[in-house]
Every structure is written in C-alpha cells, then in structure tokens.
Design a protein around this ligand. Sequence first.
Ligand code: ADP
Ligand code: MG
Length: 666
Amino acid sequence: MAELKDVKGVGPRALTLLNKININTVDDLVTHYPFRYEILRRDNLQEVGDGEKIIIDGKVESVPMLMRFKAGLNKMNFRFATPSGLVGVSIFNRAFLKNQLGVGSGITVIGKLDKKKNIITASDIKIGTLTDKAKIEPVYHCTSGLTNKNLSNYINMALLYYGKDIDDNIPMEYQEKYNFLNKKTALNVIHNPSTMEKLKEVTIRLKYEELFEFMFKINYLKEQNKKKNNGLSREINKEDVMKFTKNIPFTLTNDQLKAIDEILDDLVAPHRMNRLLQGDVGSGKTVVSFMAMYANYLSGYQSALMAPTEILATQHYLNLVEFFKKTKIKIELLTGSTTKKVKNEIYDKLSKGEIDIVVGTHALIQDDVTYSNLGLVITDEQHRFGVNQRANLQNKGIKPDILYMSATPIPRTYALTIYGDMDVSNIKERPKGRQKIDTYVKRNDEIKYVLEMMYEELKAKHQIYVIAPLIEEGENSGDLKTVNELKDRMKEAFGSHYTIDIVHGKMANGAKDTIMEKFKNNDVNILISTTVVEVGVDVPNATMMVIFDADRFGLSTLHQLRGRVGRGVSKSKCVLISDSDAERLKIMEHEDDGFVISEEDFKLRGHGDLFGTKQSGDMAFKIASVRNDYKILLQAKKDSREYLINKENNADPLKIRLLNTINKAS
Ligand code: ADP
Ligand code: MG
C-alpha cells in the first residue's frame, strides 16, 4: 500500500497538516469522511443571500472577456441570463472553456453570489444544464492551511490511484446478501455523491463495515477469553470466604450475594475474569469488591484497587482498614500526593509481596510498579479510566483477574459495544431503609423558595451540597453560575450563622482533602463545589443538594450527583435549578432508577455525557453511531459471529487479516 506522501499533490507541508488532523495513512485519508454535506440548491437569484453559495442554470449572454495575468493565471468575465434575471459571472483559470462559452450556450454556474455587485464568483462551470440534480458538496473537518478543496483533491487522488488497494472488510457472502457496493465504489460515492439516495445507500454499507469489524473483534475476544485457560486458577473455599460476612454490620442484599458468588466462580475458573459490576450509587458495590479482595487474599494473591480521584481512593483505604481490622491483611494507599520516599517503600514492599492490598489512583498502573503476585485488579467508577490505561495494566506480564465497578449503568446498547467482551453482574436491589430522594426542578426566579428549603435543613443541623458548573468566570462562561459567585450569594444568605466552603478540581489535592474532611466532620454546613463530589464521597448527614444550571449536565451525571445525598436516615432533597430544558430535567423528579435514567440520557443525548472524553475516543467510530445505527450494529454482531465461528472460511484472506489485526493490537 502506498504511503500518504505518495499521494499526488501531498507535499511535505500538506503532509504535516494532514498529520495534524490525525490523517497518517492513505487509509486514514480516504476514510476522512465528510461530517456533513452542503446541498447547493439551484436557486432563484432573488432568494439567495449575499455571499451565499448558488448553483444556477442559464445562458451565456455576452462574449466572455478573458484577462491573462502573470504566472499563467487568467480570469474570464461574462454576462449570464438566468430565469430570475441577469447576473455577471467571473471565473479564474478556466481560459480553456472559452470556446464552449459562446453566446446563447446553456451552462450551469456554481459559485458565490455578491448581491451588491450582482456578480457570481464561480468556482465551477458545467457546460449544459443539469436540470433536476442538486449538487451535493462534502464538507470536511479541516485545519488552518488545509482547505476543504485541498482535502477533497487529495482524497480523490488517493482513490484514483490506490482505491483498489484499500482493504474491504466485508466478506463476499455478506456483500452479496445485502447487495452492497464494493469498498472503492462506496468511498467514491461518499466523497462525491451524485444523489442523496446513492449517498444513503453507501453510508449504510460503510457503517456496516465499521461495525462488522468492531463486532468481529469483540466476538473474538469473548470467545478467546472463554476458551483459553489464560487466567489464574486457584482453590477457593466459598464457605471460608463467606464466613467473613459475619463481621459486616449489615445483611447483604440478594444481589450483592449473587455478585459475590459470580466473582468467586470467576476467580476459581482458569479463564481470566473480565467482569463489570454495575449498580446504582449507594447500591453497595464496595463491599462486594472487598469480599472479592478477601477471597483473593485467602488464595495467596495481592489485590490492587484503583479509584478515579484521590478523595475516593483515600475513602476506600480507610474503609478497607476498618473492614479488615480483625485480619492480618496489609493495606497501603498510593496516590499522586504520596511522597517519593513513601512511594518507593510501597513499591519495594509490593514487589516483595509484603503488601496484600494496595489502593490508589492511576499511580498504581505506572510502569515502575511491580507486584510480587498480583491476582486481582479492581477499578472503581471504571468509565473514567481509558482503555489504554487498562491495557497498560494488563500488559505487566501478569494476567490478574479484573473487576470493573460502575455506578453509571451502561445502557444495553453500549454494553454491547464497549463491554461486549465482559461479563456483567448487576446490583439492582437497594440496601434496606434507603429512601427516595425528593427531587424538584425550579427556575432561577424561584430561588427564594429554594433558600427557604435550605434554611429548614440547616436548622435541622443537616448539611447541604451546592453544585455549580464552573469554578470562576471565564471566556465562555456566559450566564453560568460559578463556585465563587455562589459562595458570595450563600454567604449573603446564611453566612452569619453557618459555615460555607468551596471545593473544586483545580485546588491542590491536600487542600481538597482538608475541606472534604471538614465537611465529613460537620465543620462545614454548606459545601459549594463543581462536580468533583460526583463520585463516591460518603457524608450521611448531608441531606440536601442544590444544583445550579442543571440543564448543563446529563441525567446520569445529575443522578450521580444526587446520589451524594440520601445516605443517612433522614429524608433527603435535591433541587435542580434551570430556566431551560425543564422537560428533560423533570424525568429526575419521578425516576430514581439509574438504569432507566441512563437509557433516557442515552436516548436524549447520545453517549457524550456518559463517559469521559477519553472513553468516547476509545470507541470513536468514523462513520457509525452506536445510538443511531443500533439496528445495523445488531446485524453486524450476528453476521460477524457467524463468520467467526464458521470454520470453512478459515483460509479466507479477509478472516486471516482481521484476526491478525486483533492479535497485533492486544
Ligand atoms: P456504591 O455502590 O455507590 O459504591 P457503597 O458500596 O459505597 O455504594 O455503599 C453505600 C453505603 O451503603 C455504604 O455506607 C455501605 O456501607 C452501605 N451498605 C452497603 N450494602 C449494604 C446493605 N446490604 N445493607 C445496608 N447498608 C449497606
Ligand atoms: Mg462506590
């Protein structure tokens, strides 16, 4: 296959610019799909605005006047008669067309209309009228110095010379079954569509191909994981493990027990555990993970627990120490702010097997951490870790069992894709005594009423979270509330009697922890914060949350935030303040099942809000969208599995290539 620099027209400067927008190969180039199309209507001159594009038929009205400039450049001007009136046309570097532009010739002019001068600056002229076809122009993501036209030219050059070398990843039998065009033709159409129908047809074909490749991989990984005895296998006496539950101050729910049982089965089985533990905030995932670590310890292995934030890692650490206080299990905490000296001591002990459980942030998966016998890795709120980080951990030469915990239940559709190769344990049942959080959507002009509600809570000696989307006013902050602004407002309202403090992501870790600690100890009454409190933090005396500019957040995020309250015995409240988007927000008033909420979110906003940007990057399809193309996804899933398990096509070059790509990557 040719390299990008071989493509006609791509010089060193263009190469740099292409690389800048992540186009590094010919394949990247030809699959740099238009993100939209501009449909140039053949229009009435009067209806087209100044500076707007136009495509219009008519007749040449005057002999074109040709001017030649230095460096071989030229320009032609002529008058052009259209059904909606006369207009001037000027076009550069088309001297060769002069003979075809005799007075009275029918032509189509494509260009931009200057209304004041009544001139179309044409980008193209077609001889003969096109009558009924509108021109569809692809619009690409560009970068400064690299125009839409440049990209279109490079892409078409690449297709012309190398189009037949581009991998076609749909097996023949499916191409035939669905009457798909071949890859080269499909790419030609998507970059140069003649009609909307054709465009639609090839779009489906290219989406199917992308999803077929993806699902083939997922299906393969799942098969492999089941087949291969590629994990640790160990003896675990379930009864011994479960005896420990006597030390837990509450009765485990049935869902918790079932999840523990599934995990223990995985630990024993010779294949590697790759399990997702899903459950709403507060559903009690933590204790399940602790039991998994206990079983892992009994079978003689080390555990690592990773959390997305330092606050959360610290909380887990303290809970673990408490949970295992009657045992000899050695537990350490390792985070970004652990001093170098302590860090090195911990590394040393980990490599010697002198630590049984280590808790930390991403520091745990840095290259310089070696384990003596890591048997289990647990990541909490795992959607915040990118796939690369997960891979990094898996590639340390050891194959520990892996458990992911997520409080944002993944809608079925996504579960199929990102988590398609995982087993899933769901905790749907809530611990006894949990109360529903009363949720209200209010407008900004109802703030007085909200302040009164807050005052009632404060009088009852309860604490309150106030959430703002921003820390401080910035360039694009517009009317959005900021932590600093709300601090002033809250001080004005309650400052004489109550303590108010702030916490946000830009604060140093130490400072953040100090404030969270103060809030936990009830030394702060109102905590104003950005979404840093979203995950995990447990303060049972906090019974109210007020979220400003709630429309800025996805429902799943709001649900996560809301899960910070309602953790104690008292009835809790959550107020969502927003002047817009009330209909969507009102879903929160009556719905408290995270699974349902995440489906709603998904329907309304796509996956954008469910995962961090990193995560979306991991599954960034070039043309398919999991949400909109779910039907194609399901078909591709079925077909790719059929293709994978069919042994008769094992010598098929396409199958060999698909398998090679997967094995190279993992
Ligand atoms: P999450 O699933 O959000 O991680 P946690 O594991 O932090 O939830 O549990 C939330 C709270 O509920 C904790 O204080 C925990 O001790 C408590 N809890 C967990 N399981 C039960 C149970 N079966 N009965 C009563 N309380 C429980
Ligand atoms: Mg948790």
